[in-house]
Write a new protein. Structure first.
Length: 105
């Protein structure tokens, strides 16, 4: 049971580390990500790295091609505009909710 817990936590840790790399811009848009390089960098087997990549691909933070290559996605101007529009709506809603919340005078 403890071994399963460690493995699950390892997957979560690798997901966080990969997310940080994407968010901090350590990889350029369109850059190919080498799985073997990540396994060496993190000192883990391919399995947790591949599982983390699958999670990030589902979140569209990484792109996995049919032949298994992993890339940082590239966004066109319309996609970036849509993302900004959604963020503006969400952040405006959140700010309005906070300002009208009875816990905050």
């Amino acid at each position: 049971m403890a071994r399963t817990s460690v493995k699950k936590n390892l997957d979560v840790i690798i997901v966080r580390k990969l997310k940080d790399k994407v968010i901090k811009g350590e990889w350029a848009a369109g850059q190919r990500i080498m799985v073997d390089d990540l396994t060496e960098e993190f000192g883990v087997s391919r399995t947790p790295v591949l599982q983390a990549i699958r999670v990030l691909a589902n979140e569209r933070m990484l792109t996995v091609t049919a032949n298994g290559n992993v890339f940082v996605p590239e966004f066109d101007a319309d996609q970036i505009s849509d993302i900004c529009r959604v963020r503006l709506l969400l952040e405006t809603h959140a700010a309005t909710h906070i300002c009208t919340c009875p816990l905050y005078p």
